[in-house]
Design a protein around this ligand. Structure first.
Ligand SMILES: [Zn+2]
Length: 435
């Protein structure tokens, strides 16, 4: 990847080094002009640009306490118009029977599940599957039904053999939770929980000051996953087997710390309110922490509340309307792109092929005989990279690109923005296939 060298050596730094006032203040300062430069505009033509969250958990999952109201309010605040739920399924099928669906507070919800074998499924009620089945078995059972299946956590499928599966519709090309894990996020949090109270207080105050930047500080480009995605699409060309790329918010609202005074000591609780450690009251000077009587909350912070995780990244579906039917049509056609919305609202972004037979959107197919011309336009100056079969073919600096196509292949586009001296991905489109 040519641009990789231009990206700051974020991966080399520990998360704790990123969660400093200096780093987060710089990130905020650098992101501001990017956000201000964007000129979000409604799409013209047949499709609306519908910001959609495709991987989210509520209290129906064992590892979240989130409510429908919290999710809907957060989605609304973030400009997210639809949320496709992916609850951890249990044999009692609560994820289905009580699953969030339909209009809740002006946001469209769709029921779905995330299997521990690394599969997201929607519309899977027509197939007979159970939560403990392998991805292979579930995919076999979904075959021929209306079921929609996406590979979750592709970073865990590192061997080629892991991908030798019955047909699936697509895969996550960015997963927030995976990105947090590759920074040893849990270890960082544990050290935070067991750290000395003054350092913890300082860190929590910094996180509170920069909630959005502290969340975005987890970012590392998921290059291995993107390469896998490109390979699947290039190798699938002959059989017309396509893999649609989506972003996974993997929103749980379950990462945090609360410090509560007990009778004789102090409890350190995690984001699900479970006590993870205890420490002596004497370590908490009342001057800084206030009242130490039983039940007093000395410190509390949630790192990943829904408003932050839903506003960070999303999948933009180009759909006729915000209905379940139209959104699935867009998703299954690959008429979709991933955007890190926290950087800037990408609305109005366009990547299409102009052909003798009319325009072809992302996810679509055309032929060389149609004399296709790829056109891309972002709503602000940014770096556009056109990739063919996973290799950079062209790069322009101004946010607008036109490229006549002379070779068959899988063409996708990335938009990168400048944060200070560095470049960071903003948009990943689904490919246009030229035969
Ligand atoms: Zn999940």
């Amino acid at each position: 990847m040519i641009l990789a060298a231009a990206v700051p050596a974020l991966a080399a730094e520990s998360l704790l080094e990123r969660l400093t006032d200096t780093y987060l203040a710089a990130l905020r300062r650098q992101a501001r002009p990017v956000r201000q430069a964007a000129r979000p505009t409604p799409r013209t033509g047949n499709w609306e640009d519908v910001r959609t969250v495709l991987h989210a958990h509520s209290g129906l999952s064992h590892d979240s306490r989130g409510t429908a109201e919290e999710l809907a309010a957060a989605a609304k605040a973030a400009g997210v118009r639809a949320v496709f739920m992916t609850e951890h399924p249990t044999p009692d099928r609560r994820w289905w029977n009580e699953g969030l669906r339909g209009d809740i507070g002006g946001v469209l919800f769709v029921r779905g599940a995330e299997l521990s074998s690394g599969l997201l499924v929607w519309r899977s009620d027509g197939a007979n599957w159970t939560p403990e089945m392998s991805a292979r078995d579930v995919l076999t059972r979904l075959d021929g039904t209306a079921g929609v299946s996406f590979i979750a956590h592709p970073e865990l499928k590192t061997a080629d053999a892991d991908w030798d599966l019955p047909a699936f519709h697509g895969m996550e090309i960015y997963n927030t939770h995976a990105d947090a894990l590759d920074n040893n996020y849990e270890q960082t949090l544990n050290s935070l929980r067991t750290n000395n109270p003054l350092r913890t207080l300082t860190l929590v105050n910094t996180l509170k000051k920069y909630p959005r930047e502290a969340f975005a500080a987890i970012f590392d480009e998921q290059t291995g996953v993107l390469q896998r995605w490109d390979r699947l699409n290039v190798e699938g060309q002959a059989r017309r087997r396509r893999v649609i790329g989506i972003a996974a918010n993997d929103a749980h609202s379950n990462v945090g710390i609360t410090v509560v005074a007990a009778d004789t000591d102090v409890e350190i609780r995690d984001g699900l309110d479970a006590v993870v450690s205890r420490t002596a009251k004497s370590r908490f000077p009342p001057l800084l922490f206030g009242d130490l009587s039983r039940g007093s909350v000395l410190l509390s912070h949630r790192f990943d509340p829904y408003p932050i995780s839903l506003g960070y990244v999303s999948t933009h579906l180009l759909a006729a309307a915000v209905t379940e039917e139209d959104l699935f049509s867009a998703l299954l056609a690959g008429r979709a792109y991933v955007a890190f919305d926290w950087l800037a609202d990408p609305s109005g972004f366009r990547f299409a092929a102009e052909t003798a037979a009319g325009p072809v959107e992302m996810g679509g197919e055309t032929q060389l005989t149609q004399q296709p011309r790829l056109v891309a336009q972002a709503n602000m100056p940014c770096v556009l990279r056109l990739l063919r079969n996973g290799e950079e073919l062209q790069r322009v600096e101004q946010g607008e690109l036109t490229a006549p196509v002379t070779q068959a292949g899988v063409y996708r586009l990335e938009a990168w923005v400048r944060l200070g001296e560095t470049l960071r991905p903003w948009i990943y489109t689904n490919p246009i296939y030229v035969r």
